[in-house]
Design a protein around this ligand. Structure first.
Ligand code: ZN
Length: 241
């Protein structure tokens, strides 16, 4: 069940995040995605996951200019968690725990974002991990990676935003004759209601570890800009505008 959290003054940063103020607080919805069974409920709760993301600098709260040009009170960069192999392995194990009942025989990810976590989910499941990459704009299996009609594919991404890359990866797997049994991501920031709606949208069962809703704003309509808060490009010092 979803529970609402407010991230703002009450949370203490670790020096990595931008300075907090009441104005920079925003609503974050996190869904406990773990089943009631399973040891991972004890190993990694949603609070521990959020803490891991914050400590890694993968989740920042403040006022950011994203690469899209939009402004947001939050910034998410999964690669900053995944750069630590132990964390990547733990997140992969958590997703493997949640997807093994689908009996996948191979994990397939869209490059580049899905490659590291795909490898770790494959490790957790004890199956091979392959990736599709863009060639002339279209996702393609290269490097001799093969799928056949006996393969049961689990598509794995780091972050599901629109679901576009996951859907495209599903299509590549199906075009190879394989059966797609499900999809998974570490973070679902699609803003869609949890559970079945996402499954219906993708056409396959979908699992994520964390749902995080991060609003974005056009710069000229940004409430944080309107409050005069300096905007930060993630990974750098505050800049004017
Ligand atoms: Zn702004």
């Amino acid at each position: 069940m979803a529970s609402d959290f407010f991230i703002g003054e009450s949370l203490v940063g670790d020096g990595n995040a931008a300075p907090m103020s009441a104005a920079s607080s925003f609503a974050m919805t996190v869904t406990e995605s773990f089943g009631t069974e399973g040891i991972l409920r004890e190993l990694m709760t949603r609070d521990e996951l959020l803490d891991l993301f914050r400590r890694s600098g993968a989740l920042l709260e403040g006022h950011f200019r994203l690469s899209s040009g939009l402004h947001s009170p939050g910034y998410l960069q999964c690669a900053l968690v995944l750069q630590h192999p132990r964390h990547a392995e733990a997140l992969g194990a958590a997703l493997a725990e949640r997807t093994h009942r689908l009996r996948p025989t191979v994990v397939m990810s869209p490059a580049l974002g899905g490659v590291v976590i795909g490898q770790e989910v494959g490790r957790g499941l004890g199956v091979r991990a392959i990736f599709a990459e863009r060639q002339d704009g279209a996702l393609t299996l290269r490097r001799g990676f093969m799928l056949g009609e006996n393969d049961r594919v689990l598509v794995v991404e780091d972050v599901l935003t629109t679901g576009g890359s996951t859907r495209e990866t599903i299509q590549v797997a199906r075009a190879s004759g394989a059966h797609v049994v499900g999809a998974a991501s570490i973070v679902d920031r699609s803003g869609a209601p949890a559970g079945s709606d996402r499954t219906i949208a993708l056409g396959v069962p979908f699992v994520s570890l964390l749902e995080i809703e991060l609003p974005t704003h056009e710069p000229d309509r940004c409430p944080l800009c309107a409050q005069g808060l300096p905007v930060v490009k993630p990974g750098s010092r505050p800049v004017a505008t």
